[in-house]
Design a protein around this ligand. Structure first.
Ligand SMILES: Nc1ncnc2c1ncn2[C@@H]1O[C@H](COP(=O)(O)OP(=O)(O)OP(=O)(O)O)[C@@H](O)[C@H]1O
Length: 652
């Protein structure tokens, strides 16, 4: 039987560096250009101040507080989601000292903004959680059924009925462009996705915001039920109704990053009554907290604590809390925690790589087939482009020598540039919308980076092969390139290699920069030098010496060199070996066709590796530098003996 998990923290603080305000005189003194290039001075801003408290298992704890009081920050800190800033203080789980990374391995987290793949249906989204995040289920099993025989679909079905999602279970989640389920249904789906994993610690950021009164109560009831199953449930609640408030077991009230109350809900009213804030009969205690206690607007009626600003008020309330007997009780709970060790089964587990890969390939294929328009557009676009080039350079082989050399060169160069750039732009655009889903699902532990990367390539590869192949079929014969199967095949393989290169570069850019507008701003700078040194516009063999190296990085140059040799080597017009002469003039390097194509594939491979590294770097945010050794250490700390400070009766 797994032990319930108690989270305790002592003197927990969090600060970030924010730009320091500059005085007007300083701004006037320093020239604008100098200001741009000098590092902006920063100043530390403390967001959470010396928090000491505990979240107990079996209890539904609500964090309340005004906007900007640090509720989300505390939840993010405890769930290991913070990417910047400095954390000080101690965190324990069942008396084992740990970090946010340790809690990340134990806890489920429902974010304020749910990011769910928009093309999935509600049932598929919950099923994904059941399949990829295995758990020891808390659901009662039918008599005589062994744990191994537990059907996964039961879990999904139960979650759907628990969160009243039957009516929309086959509706796609949707996004701002494609309308899908409602905001409330999306929120309940996100909670259901965590619910099926039966995590022992569940953090939720505003799970009832945006829900109607009935749905908010339903969610609060389910959270209470989960907590009653010896789980630790901590939710940030925004203005809970009195019915929701009545379901809460414990309350933490934050104001400007300080605790002003932590303890049982029942003790909340008497506590503030003692401070001079009696809660009027028949009023919602949560409303009383916001309308009277935390803000000084009505405070002049009370002469016990003369406060002027909300900052002064929050400091006085925090000091009052720190000196109260209730705070001493909380400190006792922190100092005498639950000491039973967490078990390995409570740690976040992932299924095998093959299972992740199998699921992701299936999901991507399903999504591509469900939304075939994108696929059709890619294929139709390739066909139209091929036909356009074909008719533009129609039967070039029947023209004069001068026209042939000019037209063939243009057609070959445009083939290379188009295949590279079309794929690059399509991938950058598609990955921009996929990126946040990948990051969120990866952070939640649905799958690993390797599984995602392989699945993405497996699913995209057929498109990278089909689309340039279709373009080649449409363009090659109409233009009138040399009519042999071998030469056509070389042309097609070169186009495919350039398309693969564009694909890998697109993923690299998409993973390296979070904003599509930034990517679009740097794209011309990343593409134009490769086009200029592609071999058509400038004779690369005689270009400015110190710039010549750029040509060796240009996939377009290698592709153009391969295709030019393919077309011109031994090409005779009117009995003259014009082709070889023209090739000599172009000075495209001394490599054979095979070597040039190989170089395109090598560049594609380098970019492919770079795209993996860019994705890896992207995943380094959030969970922090969570490499295998750190993970082992965090696991060992969690599963090992308790912190020695708790082993003596007068601990800590
Ligand atoms: N990385 C950061 N850099 C600068 N300021 C930050 C950072 N993170 C949080 N803050 C500031 O810390 C304060 C607390 O933010 P937080 O999001 O935790 O508030 P909150 O209580 O959850 O508010 P809300 O209820 O509106 O969601 C805010 O003033 C916010 O601007």
């Amino acid at each position: 039987m797994a032990a319930p998990l108690q989270i305790s923290f002592k003197d927990l603080s969090y600060s970030v560096d924010v730009p320091a305000l500059r005085t007007v005189s300083h701004t006037r003194r320093v020239p604008a250009i100098k200001r741009v290039f000098t590092k902006q001075p920063t100043t530390p801003k403390t967001i959470l101040h010396d928090l000491t408290g505990t979240f107990r298992p079996g209890r539904f704890t609500a964090i309340l507080g005004p906007s900007g009081s640090g509720k989300t920050t505390l939840l993010n800190l405890l769930a290991g989601q913070l990417t910047t800033g400095t954390v000080t203080g101690n965190i324990w789980v069942n008396g084992r000292q740990t970090t946010a990374q340790g809690l990340h391995m134990l806890a489920g987290y429902v974010h304020q903004d749910d990011v769910i793949l928009p093309t999935q249906t509600v049932q598929e989204a919950i099923d994904m959680s059941v399949i990829l995040r295995p758990c020891i289920s808390h659901l009662p099993l039918p008599i005589a059924m062994h744990e191994h025989d537990r059907p996964d679909t039961d879990l999904c079905g139960l979650a759907i009925s628990t969160f009243e999602l039957e009516g929309c279970k086959h509706t796609v989640v949707g996004d701002s462009i494609t309308k899908g389920i409602s905001g409330g249904e999306r929120k309940r789906t996100a909670i259901a996705m965590e619910y099926v994993t039966d995590t022992h610690i569940l953090f939720l950021d505003e799970p009832t915001s945006g829900l109607d009164a009935h749905s908010a109560l339903l969610v609060a009831h389910q959270l209470k039920r989960i907590a009653m199953n010896s789980r630790t449930v901590v939710a940030v609640l925004h203005q809970p109704s009195s019915e929701v408030f009545a379901l809460v077991d414990d309350l933490m009230v934050l104001s400007e990053g300080r605790i002003v109350y932590l303890g049982e809900r029942h003790a909340f009213i008497p506590y503030f009554d003692n401070l001079g804030f009696p809660c009027p009969t028949y009023s919602n205690p949560a409303d009383h907290l916001f309308n009277t206690v935390l803000f000084p607007t009505h405070f002049s009626q009370h002469d016990t604590l003369p406060l002027e600003t909300s900052t002064t008020r929050s400091k006085i309330l925090a000091n009052a809390w720190a000196g109260s007997p209730d705070a001493v009780s909380v400190k006792c709970l922190v100092d005498r925690p639950e000491l039973r060790p967490p078990t390995r089964s409570q740690l976040r587990r992932t299924v095998s790589l093959s299972k992740q890969l199998h699921y992701l390939v299936g999901r991507s294929t399903r999504n591509a087939l469900r939304n075939p328009l994108v696929l059709y557009i890619r294929l139709v676009q390739s066909a139209i482009l091929g036909l356009l080039f074909g008719f533009l350079f129609l039967n070039t082989n029947k023209r004069s020598a001068a026209i042939q050399t000019q037209n063939f060169s243009g057609a070959l160069f445009l083939s290379c540039a188009a295949q590279y750039m079309l794929t690059l732009l399509a991938v950058v655009n598609a990955f921009a919308s996929e990126r946040p889903v990948f990051v969120r699902e990866w952070q939640a532990g649905y799958y690993g980076l390797t599984a995602y990367f392989l699945a993405k390539n497996i699913v995209e590869l057929p498109i990278q092969l089909c689309s340039p192949a279709l373009y080649s079929v449409c363009a090659y014969w109409l233009i009138g390139f040399q009519r042999t199967a071998a030469k056509f095949f070389i042309y097609m393989v070169t186009c495919i290699a350039l398309s693969v290169c564009g694909f890998a570069f697109g993923i690299t850019l998409g993973a390296a920069f979070s904003s599509l507008s930034v990517i679009l701003a740097i794209l011309p700078a990343a593409i134009i030098p490769f086009l200029l040194f592609g071999g058509l516009f400038v004779n690369t063999g005689s270009s400015t010496v110190w710039l010549r190296w750029i040509q060796w990085l240009s996939p377009i140059k290698y592709g153009y060199a391969a295709l030019s040799q393919n077309q011109y080597a031994g090409y005779v017009i009117d009995g003259m070996a014009v082709g070889n002469m023209y090739l000599d003039n172009l000075q495209l390097g001394g490599f054979s066709i095979g070597v040039n194509i190989l170089f395109v594939f090598i560049l594609a491979f380098v970019l492919w590796c770079a795209s993996f590294l860019a994705l890896w770097r992207l995943t380094m945010h959030g969970r922090g530098a969570f490499n295998r050794n750190t993970r082992r250490q965090v696991e060992a700390d969690l599963l090992g003996p308790p912190d020695p400070c708790f082993s003596t009766p007068d601990a800590a």
